[in-house]
Design a protein around this ligand. Structure first.
Ligand code: ADP
Length: 702
C-alpha cells in the first residue's frame, strides 16, 4: 500500500511551512539538511534518503544521509560516487526530477550489493534537483524499501520541498561566501591598519611580511623588490621564518625560480608541490637549506608595473586554503600602496634633510621667524656669528638681533608681507658680546609647512665694508694729495706755454702735457664728486649753460683718441634746443666719460654720435656707438661702483666712470640708462633739466 497518497492541501502547506522554518533557523547547513530530510522522509513515507549540496563545479560540499533512523556519515569519495553515477547523478546531470516506482527496472539506479533480490530487493525512489534561479545547488533522493510506494503526488511534494531547499541552500552558500569575504576583508583590513601604521620603509616591508604570515598561517614569508638600479633583479628585502636572515638581501634574476617567474609574468601562482614544479629554483633552496613544500606567490604592482613579489611558503595546516591567492593579492595591493607611500616619504625626508643640511651649512646666518618677528629656527652660522646660545635665540625676536630697516619693510613689516619679493638692506647684527657686525639683510616671506614665515639671511659684509673703507681712504688720499700739485702743474704749463716761442713741435708736446694733466684733474674731480654725492651733498653750483658748448668742450677732450682709432664723431643737436640748468663742469665730465667709454669700447673705424632732443622740462642727450655692446644681464650693474665688465680690448679703467655719471645726473634730478646689443652697439642716454625761463643766461658759456 502506498503511503499518504491523499494529502490534504493544508497538510502540504503545513509541511512546507515547517520546512521553510527549518531553513530559516540559524543552524548550520548540515543540521538543517538533516532535519529537512527527516521531515520529508516522514511525510512521504521513505525509509532512507539523502540530500547532497554541490558547489558551482558540481563537487559535493555538504550532505545529510539518513537510513531508517540512523544518520550516516559518508566520505567525500562515497558522495562523489553517488553524485557521479546512479539516480542522484542522473538528476544532477539532467536537472530533472525522477519518480522511480521500481528501482530494479530502471537503469539509472546504481546497484549496490544490498539491492540484490535475495537481500532488500527492488525499491521505490524519488529524486529531485535542488535548483534556485537556474543554479543547481544539490539533489534530494528518497527511497522506500518496497516498489510502487511513490506516485506523482509524492513527486510534486518533493519537488516543492526541493525548490525551497534550493533557495535556502543558495542563500546559505551566498551567506558563507559573504562570510568568507568578510574574513578575507577582515584579514586585509587588519593588515592595512598594521602596515599603514608606519612610514619607515624597512619597517613597512617587515610589517607586510609579518601580516602575510599571520593572515595565511604559513611558516615563512618573503618580500622581494625589483632593484631600482637593475630592474632585472629581485632583492629579498624582508624575510620572516624559513631561511630568514640567509635570504635577506639575496638577489634573484627575474625569470628564475617561482618568485622570478611571478615578477616576470606579473601573475600570481599557487604551487601546492614546489618540487614538482619546473619553475622551482633548487639552487636557492640548496643555498638556504630550507625545505619548501608549497608556495603561494603574487606580484606587487604599482601602476601596472611589477615592483616586487610577496611569497608565502609552507602552510602550517594541511595545505593552502581556497582564499590564499585572494588574500595574498589583497595584501600585495596594500603593499604596493604602502611601499610607494613609504618610498615617497623617505624621498621627502631625504629632500628635507638635504634642505636642512643646506640651511645648516649655509655660510650666512639664516633665521626663520613668524610674521611677528619671533625667531622660530636658526642655522649653525647664526649661533657662530651672534655668539648667542641656540636656546636664547629661540626666545628672541629678529628685532633684537639686528636693526630692522622699517623704512624698507614698513612699520609692521607690511611691505614684506604684501609681495613675495626679497627686500634687501644693510644693517648691523648685535652679538651676544655687544659687538656690531655689518650685515646685508635679505628677507622674504616663505611658506614653511603651509605656514607663512619670514626668512632672514644676514650676510656678513665686514670684509666688503673694510675694503670699501680702504678704497675710500685711498681715493680721498689720492684726491687730496694730487689736487694741489696738479693745479700747480696746470698753471705752470699755462705760464710756460705763453713764454715759449711759437713752434709747432713744442706746441704739440705742450698740448700732450696739458691734456694728460687735465685728464688726471678730471679723474680726481670725479672721485671727489662721487664721494660728495654719495654722502648726499646736493649740487649747489648750477647755472644756465648751452648744451652745444658743453658737448664741444667734451669732444675737444676726446677727439685725439677717436682720431687715433680712425673713429668718426658726429653731433646732431637741433638748433632750438633750450639751455640747460646744470653744474657745467660736472656735466662736461659726464659727456667726456660717456664719449671716452664709447671710444674705448668701439673697434677702430667705428662711429660715435651725440644726439639731443627736448622732452618737456628735460633735454635728453644720447651717446651712441657702434661698439661691442653690453649683455642685457650686465646693463644694470655697470652703473654700480667698481663694476668692470670683461672687455676684450683689455682696456683699463677703475669702473668708476659710470658711477660718477649716474650720481651726477641723478644729483640734477635726471636719469641715466643704456640700451645696448652685443656686437651692435650701445646708446647711453641721460636727461638734464632745462633752464627755467626766469633764470639768467650766462653768455660766456654758450
Ligand atoms: P671703466 O670704463 O673705467 O671700466 P665705467 O664705469 O665707465 O668704468 O664702465 C663700466 C663698464 O661698463 C666698463 O668696464 C665696460 O665694460 C662697460 N661699458 C661702459 N660703456 C660702454 C660702452 N659704450 N660700450 C660697451 N661697454 C661699455
Amino acid at each position: 500500500m502506498t503511503s499518504s497518497i491523499a494529502r490534504k492541501p493544508q497538510d502540504t502547506l503545513k509541511l512546507l511551512y515547517e520546512i521553510s522554518r527549518e531553513f530559516n533557523s540559524a543552524l548550520d547547513l548540515r543540521t538543517v539538511l538533516q532535519r529537512v530530510l527527516l521531515l520529508t522522509m516522514k511525510n512521504i513515507g521513505a525509509n532512507s534518503g539523502s540530500m547532497i549540496v554541490v558547489d558551482e563545479h558540481g563537487e559535493p560540499v555538504e550532505s545529510a544521509i539518513i537510513h531508517g533512523s540512523n544518520i550516516l556519515d559518508q566520505t567525500t569519495q562515497q558522495l562523489r560516487a553517488t553524485t557521479e553515477r546512479g539516480l542522484a547523478g542522473w538528476v544532477l546531470k539532467y536537472r530533472e526530477a525522477v519518480l522511480m516506482t521500481d528501482t530494479s527496472k530502471d537503469e539509472r539506479w546504481l546497484r549496490r550489493p544490498d539491492d540484490d533480490v535475495s537481500r532488500t530487493g527492488p525499491k521505490s525512489a524519488i529524486s529531485a534537483p535542488l535548483l534556485s534561479r537556474d543554479n543547481l545547488v544539490g539533489v534530494i533522493t528518497l527511497v522506500n524499501a518496497n516498489p510502487g510506494q511513490f506516485n506523482e503526488a509524492h513527486l510534486s511534494l518533493v519537488k516543492a520541498i526541493a525548490d525551497q531547499a534550493g533557495i535556502a541552500v543558495l542563500n546559505a552558500r551566498l551567506y558563507s561566501e559573504s562570510q568568507r569575504q568578510a574574513r578575507v576583508m577582515a584579514a586585509l583590513a587588519e593588515t592595512a591598519s598594521v602596515i599603514n601604521a608606519s612610514l619607515d620603509f624597512d619597517d613597512v616591508l617587515q610589517r607586510i611580511a609579518a601580516q602575510t604570515k599571520q593572515a595565511l598561517n604559513v611558516q615563512a614569508v618573503s618580500l622581494a623588490l625589483c632593484d631600482p638600479e637593475d630592474e632585472a633583479q629581485l632583492i629579498f628585502r624582508a624575510v620572516i621564518g624559513g631561511a630568514g636572515a640567509r635570504l635577506q638581501e639575496y638577489r634573484l634574476p627575474l625569470g628564475r625560480g617561482i618568485a622570478g617567474w611571478v615578477a616576470q609574468h606579473g601573475e600570481a601562482v599557487l604551487v601546492p608541490n614546489a618540487h614538482a614544479d619546473p619553475r622551482f629554483d633548487l639552487e636557492t633552496e640548496r643555498r638556504t637549506g630550507y625545505h619548501t613544500r608549497a608556495i603561494a606567490c603574487a606580484p606587487i604592482q604599482l601602476e601596472e608595473r611589477v615592483i616586487g613579489i610577496l611569497e608565502a611558503i609552507n602552510p602550517t595546516n594541511a595545505g593552502f586554503g581556497r582564499d590564499t591567492l585572494l588574500v595574498l593579492d589583497g595584501i600585495c595591493n596594500l603593499a604596493s600602496n604602502a611601499i610607494s607611500h613609504a618610498q615617497l616619504f623617505s624621498r621627502l625626508q631625504a629632500a628635507h634633510q638635504r634642505y636642512h643640511d643646506l640651511f645648516n651649512d649655509s655660510f650666512s646666518p639664516i633665521i626663520i621667524t613668524d610674521l611677528q618677528g619671533n625667531i622660530l629656527e636658526v642655522n649653525r652660522q647664526t649661533v657662530v656669528l651672534s655668539h648667542y646660545p641656540i636656546e636664547t635665540l629661540h626666545q628672541m625676536t629678529i628685532f633684537q638681533l639686528h636693526q630692522v630697516n622699517f623704512t624698507h619693510l614698513g612699520e609692521s613689516l607690511e611691505n614684506l608681507k604684501a609681495g613675495h619679493r626679497t627686500i634687501a638692506y644693510e644693517s648691523n647684527m648685535r652679538t651676544c658680546d655687544g659687538d656690531e657686525i655689518p650685515v646685508q639683510v635679505l628677507c622674504r616671506v616663505v611658506s614653511i609647512e603651509g605656514q607663512a614665515s619670514i626668512q632672514w639671511v644676514l650676510r656678513d659684509i665686514t670684509e666688503r665694508k673694510n675694503i670699501d673703507k680702504l678704497r675710500n681712504d685711498l681715493i680721498s688720499m689720492v684726491y687730496h694729495d694730487l689736487r694741489s700739485p696738479l693745479a700747480n702743474i696746470i698753471s705752470s704749463l699755462d705760464v710756460l706755454r705763453s713764454m715759449l716761442p711759437e713752434d709747432d713741435a713744442i706746441e704739440s708736446v705742450m698740448q700732450i702735457a696739458i691734456r694728460s694733466t687735465e685728464r688726471i684733474q678730471r679723474l680726481t674731480n670725479s672721485l671727489l664728486d662721487v664721494h660728495r654725492l654719495e654722502s648726499g651733498n646736493p649740487i649747489v653750483t648750477q647755472e644756465i649753460v648751452g648744451l652745444l658748448g658743453l658737448v664741444n668742450e667734451a669732444l675737444d677732450a676726446v677727439y685725439l683718441m677717436a682720431e687715433s682709432r680712425h673713429q668718426t664723431l658726429e653731433v646732431e643737436i637741433p638748433e632750438q634746443i633750450p639751455a640747460l640748468y646744470v653744474d657745467s663742469d660736472m656735466i662736461r665730465r659726464v659727456f667726456i666719460n660717456l664719449l671716452d667709454n664709447a671710444i674705448k669700447y668701439t673697434p677702430n673705424n667705428g662711429r660715435i654720435r651725440i644726439e639731443a632732443q627736448q622732452d618737456g622740462e628735460w633735454v635728453q642727450v644720447s651717446v651712441i656707438d657702434t661698439g661691442f655692446g653690453i649683455p642685457e644681464s650686465e646693463q644694470e650693474l655697470i652703473f654700480h661702483k667698481f663694476t668692470r665688465l670683461h672687455n676684450r680690448e683689455g682696456s683699463k679703467g677703475l669702473g668708476l666712470g659710470l658711477t660718477f655719471c649716474r650720481l651726477a645726473v641723478e644729483g640734477h634730478g635726471g636719469r641715466i640708462w643704456v640700451k645696448s646689443k652685443p656686437e651692435v652697439g650701445s646708446r647711453f642716454s641721460i636727461t638734464l633739466p632745462v633752464a627755467p625761463s626766469d633764470t639768467m643766461f650766462s653768455p660766456s658759456r654758450t
